[in-house]
Design a binder for this molecule. Sequence first.
Ligand code: GLU
Length: 254
Amino acid sequence: MRLTIKIGSNVLTRKDGSLDVTRMSALVDQIAWLRNEGHEVILVSSGAVASGRSELKHIQHDLDSVDQRQLFSAVGQAKLINRYFEMFREYGIPVGQVLTTKENFSDTEHRTNQENCMRVMLENNVLPIVNENDTVSVTELMFTDNDELSGLMARMTQSQALIILSNIDGIFTGDPADPSSRLIRTVEPGKPLDEYIQDKKSTAGRGGMQSKSNVATQTAAAGISVIIANGKRDDILVKLMNDRANTPCTEFLC
Ligand code: GLU
């Protein structure tokens, strides 16, 4: 299978904002395992801004939000890709950095160039590690977030599945912190999520789930199954492949 895997910033960062190298290394181990099992992987990794912010603690944080994003991502992306490069190298897996912008998915020559870049990397067995080019992609030019980017990338690369790793198990019927909330295991094709979410009052507790579910719905409608799962759970990728029925996640069927 060709898989697009998105790892969110909150999976890769510790509570104090520093890069969680142990978690990162565990996910690299699992992606190496997936490749060994014969799967092709496109990795969409966030974490640049967060790791830049923790690297530049001495910087006055009174910069405006655009300056912060540009500065922290410039430093953080270098740190992030360097770590990935070294970790995958241990497995003999060559990686390449793809920094992209929304324009590269619109109907222009940029799109053709982006498609070609992905094709040549995959054909040559190079693992693409994709992030938004946060240094130049600011304000209205931005993707909503990397969930949107990962959905577009899964479609562009004709992946069979998109796995979105976040710091919660999937989409719940209410606030995940509320014990009466239930994890939604599967979402049938074309069925609006409102039919599954019973507790309408607690939408605020679902955090970034709205954007994830929008991306998941659109991506599944394009014929790519989508799984939202918790990247902080040990061996999550292996469990999703080997024992999905007993692994907490939300799967959007297509
Ligand atoms: N591209 C941003 C980063 O790497 C993250 C965007 C997102 O969280 O979705 O820091």
